[in-house]
Design a protein around this ligand. Structure first.
Ligand SMILES: O[C@H]1[C@H](O)[C@@H](O)[C@H](O)[C@@H](O)[C@H]1O
Ligand SMILES: [Fe+2]
Ligand SMILES: [Fe+2]
Length: 308
């Protein structure tokens, strides 16, 4: 857990008794209160988001390709490439990464016409306006930076289908609650005697850490951030599972969860409205917001330059 900027809180608090309330105050700024209603999405018309059956051909074709090609074999190969010790790792700061990502148009997304940097700032700003912890604001700011993998040739991404879009486990049956489920018919794993069973290669209660989620920007960024930042576990879960809608929204694959996953589910669900419904907010002014977020980045990424 990262140290909180305590200067303001600690000032003028000399006695031992009062110090207790200081640590209470520190906890308070860092903790998400799950029972507290989000003010931010109360006004949104949620039925206008994620309408995949009515989506344009660009989005439908994206999922057709993704559902056909995300196989166990492909996922193992992608992970091998990523973990290979000989892989040269590009180096850049978080802000440089945000600027680099800005040219990407996400083919899986029916809900935004804005650039990636604007989407990241919208998410972070919505979290900040709702008075959520600083680490969660930063999580909003960076959560999609994994899409940068498209620009790193050594990762050999195959197109957008192994970078963006919702995620789902491979190695067990594809659940009907994944969007456009009929498009899995063309995935060779549906004919595999093990991968096509409800639990597949996994056992119930094995924990989500042991499930191979379709390869893409969530898993990639999770691995980059977990060793190079001081962000808490909840932030790492928000990054790793934010596209896992069949799990966090539809309630699928719960048989694999362990106690920690139930805690993390609350965090991911608390994060989701800020990712999804902020897409209809106004366009943020990048230059004005930069100083605030640079400070936040420096707080949780002590190295400055990140190895991607
Ligand atoms: O189209 C979107 C987009 O690619 C997001 O970054 C991802 O997190 C969502 O799950 C997906 O539906
Ligand atoms: Fe995402
Ligand atoms: Fe996002």
């Amino acid at each position: 857990m990262a140290p909180v900027a305590t200067a303001d809180i600690v000032e003028n608090v000399p006695s031992g008794k009062a110090m207790d309330s200081v640590s209470d105050a520190i906890d308070d700024v860092n903790v998400i209160k799950y029972d507290e209603e989000s003010k931010f999405d109360a006004e949104k018309d949620k039925n206008t988001f994620r309408q995949y059956e009515d989506a344009c051909d660009r989005v439908k074709n994206f999922y057709k390709e993704q559902h056909e090609k995300q196989t166990v074999a492909y996922n193992l190969a992608a992970r091998n490439r990523f973990y290979s010790s000989s892989r040269p790792r590009p180096k850049m700061t978080i802000w440089e990464a945000m600027e680099k990502l800005d040219t990407l148009v996400d083919e899986s997304d029916p809900d935004t016409s804005l650039s990636q940097i604007e989407h990241l700032l919208q998410s972070a700003e919505a979290i900040r306006r709702d008075g959520k912890p600083r680490w969660m604001q930063l999580t909003g700011l960076i959560h999609d930076l994994g899409k940068l993998m498209l620009f790193f040739p050594e990762l050999e991404t195959q197109g957008q289908w192994d970078v963006v879009g919702d995620t789902f486990p491979v190695g067990c049956a594809f659940d009907k609650r994944i969007i456009l489920p009929e498009t899995f018919a063309a995935n060779p794993d549906v004919n595999d005697p093990v991968y096509s069973t409800p639990n597949g290669i996994y056992t119930p209660g094995c924990g989500l850490d042991n499930i191979m989620l379709s390869w893409g920007h969530d898993e990639y960024l999770y691995h980059v951030v977990k060793d190079q930042s001081t962000l808490p576990d909840e932030a790492l879960a928000m990054i790793r599972y934010h596209s896992f809608y069949p799990w966090h929204r539809e309630g699928a694959y719960h048989q694999f969860m362990v106690a920690k996953d139930h805690e993390m589910l609350k965090a991911v669900q608390a994060f989701n409205p800020y990712d999804l419904y902020s897409k209809s907010d106004g366009v943020p002014d990048t230059a004005t917001l930069k100083p605030y977020y640079m400070e936040l980045i420096n707080e949780y990424f002590p190295k400055g330059v990140i190895e991607w």
